[in-house]
Unconditional design. Structure first.
Length: 288
């Protein structure tokens, strides 16, 4: 990894691109990865609702709550958007029976919009039968929009897809007692860590807390206050996939304590002086 010097305005622009939202011009060719920036090209997707947090469909005066499993396959290793065809299975729905209709296949589209963030759109038809209250309804998911986050940003270990208060519409087969619109809430997580990358993987910016407090250009662990020489924190660029708290060996602008880089996470061979070597050890405090 290499240390870089970047101004506040440039960092603010990068942060805005990563976190403040996604215009269509920011959307990228999308790939799913087993490790961020590597192991990309996942073609089989396996998502499930969280333990104790069922999907909820508010249908008129009742709420149908189910555990949900999605199994699907991408049409290609990368895409803009990445298209997934698959099947939803609904279980533990109380007194109701819920199933996917029209051949049992749904379509999801995943489009990366920023660091570890993607827009998820979907379409399909779901049928539910709550026999005890004579309510049989069909709703289509066309235009459904959610947000996918990879493990680096999600509150879930493996990442998550969140759909909140999204409107689904009565389908042609719905009965007369079914409302024209209902609302869906669902959070799913992959069975294994699934990162969201552009098709080429790429590099990220990292703020690093150096082991010596005079080698950095920034005063704070977000690398915002600066840049000026003689501080503890610094920005560096390196391969995607590193996380907050990880130790890294950084190639310095100003010289460091170590002369050799053993690996991404290890420097070796003491230099004769603090500035006499080429590398410095640090700990990641923020990822951009």
């Amino acid at each position: 990894m290499k240390a870089i010097k970047i101004g506040l305005a440039a960092l603010a622009a990068l942060m805005a691109m990563a976190f403040a939202g996604a215009s269509s011009t920011m959307a990228e060719s999308t790939s799913l990865c087993t490790a961020d920036g590597s192991g990309c090209g996942i073609t089989h997707v396996h998502e499930t609702t969280l333990s104790g947090a069922k999907a909820k469909l508010l249908a008129g005066l009742i709420t149908v709550s189910c555990d949900v499993l999605f199994l699907g396959d991408t049409l290609s290793a990368t895409g803009s958007p990445l298209v997934i065809h698959g099947n939803f299975t609904y279980t533990e729905c109380g007194s109701c029976t819920v199933e996917q209709l029209e051949g049992g296949e749904a379509t999801l589209e995943i489009l990366k919009e920023g660091h570890e963030t993607a827009k998820v759109t979907g379409e399909g038809v779901v049928f539910f039968d709550c026999g005890g209250i004579a309510l049989e309804c069909e709703f289509d998911h066309e235009g459904l929009v959610g947000t996918a986050k990879g493990p680096l940003l999600s509150g879930e270990t493996n990442g998550s897809v969140t759909i909140t208060n999204q409107v689904v519409h009565k389908h042609a087969g719905g009965g007369p007692l079914c409302p024209n619109e209902s609302k869906l809430d669902i959070v799913t997580t992959p069975l294994s860590a699934t990162y969201i990358a552009s098709s080429g993987g790429g590099e990220l910016l990292y703020c690093v807390d150096y082991e010596h407090n005079t080698n950095g250009f920034y005063k704070d662990p977000e690398c915002i206050k600066g840049p000026e020489a003689g501080n503890l924190y610094d920005l560096m660029e390196g391969p995607a996939g590193q996380v907050v708290g990880q130790l890294v060996c950084v190639e310095m602008l100003t010289g460091g304590l170590w002369e050799e880089e053993v690996s991404l996470e290890e420097c070796k061979k003491d230099a004769a002086s603090l500035k006499g070597g080429k590398y410095e050890m640090g700990k990641i405090t923020a990822v951009y």
